[in-house]
Design a protein around this ligand. Structure first.
Ligand code: ATP
Length: 325
């Protein structure tokens, strides 16, 4: 397929580095003298046929900005075949031959559906959760880990001054990747994630043991998706926090985890993957997700990754435990 006109969108939760990916798609395509449209607000904008031309100069000054200049949204309607049929007709009417979708798991299920129905789509792996198959790491995950890590470092200062435990909740949906990596990097005493739940009574026992080993403070990092999460811990420690030997405080980072400027790793990954998506289309390849596996750019069929999530590597939990002694 010789492509002349493409569209690009960002979908699902915003992730730091999405702008660098948009820039890479636009510049790699315009370098080949293709026309590019930027779709506003993800699949919702695609359904509303809301898109604007995106020239090389239009994506200047965005590589360092968090979030997405195109906007993102969640669109329940896009899950319906009739809605996607309408989208295909609208894109055809504009002469748009291919679509690049920058987003996470749900977004790539949408891409897979569109690809299966006959439209040329390439997905770019982008979600702070890092739960996509077809890539070791997705755009935004590194920044999200670093934001969480900074919070851990800051909380540690006050925790050690007051002999406290901080229970810190970070994002990641049903995947514990951010909590696991930031917990290891931040030297957490306990890491509780959906892939490796820690009942509150065991959290208490481990904290007590840490206190008895002479620790002056402790950190518990909890993924938002853990069932034995912050709520369960608040309930358990009500009236018995002194069991641990420490005072106890709770911090929930929430959307702070998504914010701020993208890290160098996310900017580089986004630049590589955005350009790789365009290279796919040039090669006549679509219906794939571009990701990075062991340092190399890899194309994985969207049909293989749609509807599946990749759990965090729980072998690292054991490492965290050993190093927290
Ligand atoms: P993140 O996990 O980083 O927030 P995401 O891409 O997983 O990002 P979702 O909210 O799960 O975010 O999905 C984004 C959009 O993708 C949905 O609002 C919907 O429009 C579309 N989508 C999700 N699942 C499907 C599906 N099975 N078929 C078609 N479209 C889908």
């Amino acid at each position: 397929m010789s492509v002349k006109r493409i569209a690009v969108l960002t979908s699902g939760g915003d992730a730091p580095g999405m702008n660098a990916a948009i820039r890479a798609v636009a510049r790699a395509a315009t370098a080949r003298e293709w026309e590019v449209f930027g779709v506003r607000n993800g699949y919702a904008g695609l359904l509303a046929d809301a898109m604007d031309p995106l020239a090389a100069r239009d994506v200047g000054g965005i590589i360092q900005r968090g979030g997405t200049v195109l906007g993102s949204a969640r669109s329940p309607e896009f899950r319906e075949r009739a809605a996607r049929d309408r989208v295909r007709a609208q894109l055809a009417a504009r002469g748009v031959e291919a679509l690049v979708v920058i987003g996470g798991n749900g977004s790539q299920s949408g891409s897979a559906a569109l690809a299966k129905e006959g439209f040329a789509v390439v997905g770019v792996a982008s979600t702070i959760d890092n739960d996509l198959h077809g890539t070791d790491v997705s755009i935004g995950a590194d920044t999200a880990i670093n934001v969480t890590l900074e919070a851990i470092d800051r909380l540690r200062t006050t925790a050690s001054s007051h002999r406290r435990v901080f229970i810190l909740e970070t994002m990641g949906r049903d995947c514990g990747y951010i909590a696991l990596m930031s917990g290891i990097g931040g030297g957490a005493e306990v890491i509780a994630i959906p892939e490796s739940e820690v009942p509150p009574a065991e959290v208490a026992a481990r904290l007590r043991a840490a206190h008895e080993r002479g620790k002056t403070h402790a950190m518990v990092v909890v993924a938002e998706g853990a069932k034995q999460g912050v709520h369960a811990m608040v309930e358990y420690f009500e009236g018995r926090q002194q069991e641990t030997g420490f005072g106890l405080r709770i911090t929930r980072l929430g959307h702070v985890v998504r914010g701020g400027v993208p890290s160098s790793a996310d900017r580089v990954l986004a630049s590589r993957l955005g350009a790789a998506a365009v290279a796919c289309l040039e090669d006549g390849v679509s219906g794939v997700l571009v990701g990075e596996v062991r340092g190399a750019i890899v194309r994985t069929p969207l049909a293989e990754i749609a509807g599946r999530t990749r759990p965090a590597d729980t072998a690292l939990i054991e490492l965290a435990r050993v190093l927290a002694t």
